[in-house]
Design a protein around this ligand. Structure first.
Ligand SMILES: O=P(O)(O)OC[C@H]1O[C@H](OP(=O)(O)OP(=O)(O)O)[C@H](O)[C@@H]1O
Ligand SMILES: Nc1nc2[nH]cnc2c(=O)[nH]1
Length: 183
């Protein structure tokens, strides 16, 4: 089922961001372009693996969660919340710190209330810093996290909760290899 994703990942270029080996792929970077068939394949797989029972909202992070979140929201009719990298100073906004393998910044959550049931989706989990920040922000507003899924995992980050992954990759020697798939 994930043939397009697997084929395109194994053709991904890898570049250095400082010491970090960073792969470049349409789903994780939006470049050179995002094929609708690839986006559909990812969206359909996420619909199959995620537990959506009673879910009120989908939570994604700017920027590379957005296209996946839009596809998933249109397929499931569940509203989408985008966690932003700048503040809107709206009442109840929650700020958390994000650290990745190559960057640091702040994330700002709006639009989720206490008691709401959400799923988190994202393009990739590497150090887990982004997912831990999202989990912390959702905990601070009192939301219930029903499920979490990323398209691609690299490494074995501990996010303190179960994480579903469409494909696991190894990035070494300047290459991406798919080592496991969930379906
Ligand atoms: O597991 P981690 O080490 O946290 O890495 C994963 C995060 O890295 C990327 O986000 P990034 O903040 O680089 O921004 P972008 O989505 O704007 O490219 C990606 O979209 C994930 O959210
Ligand atoms: N595109 C891309 N995004 C990432 N986010 C965390 N690691 C990576 C990576 O290697 N490539």
């Amino acid at each position: 089922m994930l043939e397009r994703l697997i084929r395109s990942l194994e053709a991904s270029p890898v570049m250095k961001r400082g010491e970090y080996d960073y792969f470049i792929h349409p789903i994780t970077d939006g470049v050179p372009l995002v094929e609708p068939a690839l986006l559909r394949e990812v969206g359909c797989a996420m619909v199959r693996v995620l537990d959506l029972s009673g879910v009120d909202k989908i939570v994604v992070c700017e920027a590379m969660g957005i296209h996946i979140g839009v596809a998933f929201s249109m397929m499931t009719d569940i509203p989408l919340v985008v966690v932003r990298k700048r503040s809107y100073n709206l009442p109840g906004e929650v700020a958390v710190h994000q650290t990745t393998g190559y960057s640091k910044g702040e994330l700002y959550l709006n639009g989720v209330s206490a008691g709401e049931r959400v799923v988190i989706i994202d393009d990739v989990c590497s150090t887990g810093g982004t997912l831990r920040a999202l989990i912390s922000a959702l905990g601070q507003v009192g939301a219930e996290i029903a499920d979490i899924c990323v398209v691609i995992s690299r490494g074995d980050a501990d996010i303190g909760r179960p994480l579903k992954t469409l494909v696991r990759v190894d990035v070494s020697g300047g290459r991406v290899r798919v080592v496991d798939t969930c379906i």
